[in-house]
Design a protein around this ligand. Structure first.
Ligand SMILES: Nc1ncnc2c1ncn2[C@@H]1O[C@H](COP(=O)(O)OP(=O)(O)OP(=O)(O)O)[C@@H](O)[C@H]1O
Ligand SMILES: [Mg+2]
Length: 217
């Protein structure tokens, strides 16, 4: 198992590394394009795509290394990712937010945290077949912050609550079954928190919950 993990981590790192070279050259090309008489909205779109590729390679390069954890405002980091996803998905999915806008400090790696939110949101949207509602909730008590991602999708039966977190478990035609196992690993092993299905009802929807420890002041 350990060897296999190392192999996966190595492949992830190597992929990130290999994408890095053409990516830096693309960044250079865009700078050149910007000096030409070209519609700026075009170069802006290319820049957005480049930024997205940088996020992806950054994530892959972090797999398997001991990530650097720093003090970050979990509310702002989570909302930033959520709003980005909202802008990318169809208007058929209604995104809402219920919770604090206050800063809450947690020791995380923001690149990895954003990946966990993205995996949960993507699964939620898949589960509602592209149409429905999604609600993000952030609550806190004295020591913890709870991030709930609630969807109006197909639901998950109780006997699958455990298996969905196993690598390779998927019910999708084009799924890899990697999203939740990776999310669990990031939340539990890297960020020292917990993830679970908080509630689910067949035909009604599901709520996933990430629980993290607040930074001791
Ligand atoms: N919000 C949800 N509602 C209903 N079922 C879900 C939800 N999230 C996950 N699942 C179930 O758990 C399975 C595993 O999810 P996971 O994200 O690990 O893999 P995947 O989405 O199938 O593929 P990948 O994420 O690798 O593209 C899904 O195939 C689906 O059956
Ligand atoms: Mg998934």
């Amino acid at each position: 198992m350990a060897t296999q993990n190392k192999l996966w981590a190595g492949m992830a790192k190597e992929t990130a590394h290999q994408i890095g070279t053409p990516l830096s050259s693309l960044i250079g090309w865009v700078e050149i394009l910007k000096t030409e008489d070209i519609d700026p909205s075009i170069t802006l779109e290319i820049e957005k795509d480049i930024e997205r590729l940088q996020t992806i390679t950054d994530r892959f390069s972090k797999i398997g290394s001991v990530p650097v954890l720093e003090e970050h405002d979990i509310t702002a980091e989570t909302l930033h990712t959520y709003e980005y996803l909202q802008s990318r998905f169809s208007k058929q999915v209604t995104f809402s937010y219920h919770g604090t806008k206050e800063p809450i400090l947690v020791m995380i790696n923001p690149t990895l945290h954003s990946w966990t939110i993205e995996n949960l949101v993507k699964n939620a949207i898949d589960a509602m077949k592209g149409k429905g509602s999604l609600d993000l909730q952030i609550e806190q008590d004295a020591n913890h912050v709870k991030i709930n991602v609630k969807d109006s999708g197909t639901g998950i039966s109780k006997n699958q609550y455990k298996s969905i977190f196993e690598p390779g478990f998927t019910t999708k035609k084009r799924g890899w079954g990697l999203g939740l196992s990776l999310t669990k690993r990031i939340v539990e092993e890297y960020h020292g928190g917990k993830i679970k299905v908080l509630h689910s009802e067949i035909g009604k929807g599901t709520t996933f919950q990430i629980l993290l420890n607040k930074k001791v002041q």
